[in-house]
Design a protein around this ligand. Structure first.
Ligand code: GLA
Length: 390
């Protein structure tokens, strides 16, 4: 009973077998390739990746699955959750041609063409068990699952490290969400059992092992976001405005410098820059604390990071604040904070493995009491990056 509640998910649980079977049913033969790409949580380092800062994501065991085969006619894609998408020609499709979720698919073909290799057409079935709009990178996962499918079907020879910027180009220029590189790097290059400390300035990853006695949970508020909407873009504009006035990247700026140059900055630019500069410092400190096994410090830094997202970056929401507070109050929680872009979605929590189930039930009960809403909790583990399965 307890386990059922804890593992309840917010989208229909999807298995790779269902996607393969649906392909067989629709097209009357097995797929030529079957691929999967994970979502991610981010332990710390939020809204730092578009100013060359530090992030600390983990690819998770919630994934997007694609079954695909080559076709000569136009590409057709069927989503188990959303039905049939509009057909398109991989050789000619351009930004502005597609609507809704098919942008994430056609945009990959377009981005591969920009990267110098033109994929042919495909027919495909896609399904996911990543909650959509939940701050867990469902967008990067669909981009990477299709990147691998095209790469394999047409022997394009892209490495996973090369497919991460292809996914980002799709998201930035085709979908129209001006995001950074964190999500695509996590989905492309994740490693089982490890978190990824990434210096986004030069895309260097240091893999940090996650201790066996630590459990990781996604605490979903049920509130949904879209980064193609205004808030993400307006935060990014504030960050860029601050950088222009400081004359340098926030990655290279310090708090004393920010305070010295405060005058020309708007209040918003100052606060956003304050978040990013302090978040980079916290991320480095968190990586050290994880290496040193200093759990108290890890928890304190996650809490400060949440507060900074709430007060300075203003990318939290009341439900995320209730969820984080519920976690902080619960014995056995090492740390918790909003994960991903914010404005809804989920918190990530690190917990003691031994009593993970009872800890999560207690957090959810407190969240229900304080917010009046029912949240969901999922235990998750660190997974490998995007790959071909068959
Ligand atoms: C979204 C974006 C990322 C990153 C996070 C915030 O997930 O896709 O590039 O900016 O928000 O850290």
């Amino acid at each position: 009973m307890y386990l059922c509640q804890l593992h309840r998910v917010f989208t229909l649980p999807m298995s790779i077998d269902q996607v393969r079977d649906e392909y067989q049913r629709r097209f009357g033969e097995p797929p030529e390739v079957l691929t999967q790409a994970p979502g991610r949580v981010n332990l710390i380092g939020e809204h730092t990746d578009y100013s060359g800062g530090f992030v600390f994501p983990i690819a998770i065991d919630r994934k997007t699955y694609v079954a695909a085969g080559k076709v000569t006619a136009r590409s057709v894609v069927f989503s188990v959750d959303r039905g049939e998408g509009s057909p398109f020609d991989a050789a000619t499709v351009e930004p502005g041609d597609m609507r809704k979720w098919t942008k994430y698919v056609a945009g990959v073909a377009w981005a591969m063409r920009q990267a110098g290799k033109a994929p042919g057409n495909l027919r495909a079935v896609v399904g996911t068990d990543i909650p959509l709009g939940g701050g867990l990178s469902s967008s990067a996962a669909i981009e990477l699952a299709f990147s691998v499918a095209w790469n394999e079907l047409y022997h394009l020879g892209f490495s996973n490290a090369e497919m991460a910027p292809i996914g980002r180009a799709c998201e930035n220029h085709f979908v129209g969400a001006n995001t950074g590189i964190m999500d695509q790097m996590a989905s492309a290059l994740g490693r089982a059992g490890h978190a990824m400390f990434i210096d986004t300035r030069d895309a260097v990853i240091r893999y940090a092992p996650i201790p066996d006695d630590l459990a990781m949970a996604i605490l979903d508020t049920g509130v949904r976001h879209s980064h193609a909407g205004g808030e993400y873009g307006s935060r990014r504009a504030d960050v860029e405005g601050a950088e222009a006035k400081l004359g340098k990247s926030l990655r290279d700026a310090t708090l004393p410098e920010l305070d010295r140059t405060k005058d020309p900055l708007t209040t918003f630019e100052y606060r956003r820059a304050h978040h990013v500069i302090t978040e980079n410092v916290r991320s480095l400190a968190f990586a050290e604390a994880l290496d040193a096994g200093d759990r108290e410090r890890m928890g304190q830094l996650m809490r400060e990071a949440h507060r900074s997202m709430q007060m300075d970056f203003e990318a939290s929401c009341p439900e995320l604040d209730h969820m984080a507070a519920a976690a902080w109050q619960t014995p056995g929680v090492i740390g918790a904070r909003v994960t991903g872009g914010g404005f809804g979605g989920a918190c990530v929590a690190l917990l003691e493995q031994d009593s993970a189930n009872s800890i999560l039930l207690s957090i959810l009960a407190q969240y229900r009491d304080s917010s009046g809403k029912s949240g969901e909790a999922i235990l998750t583990t660190a997974s490998n990056g995007a790959e071909r399965v068959i």
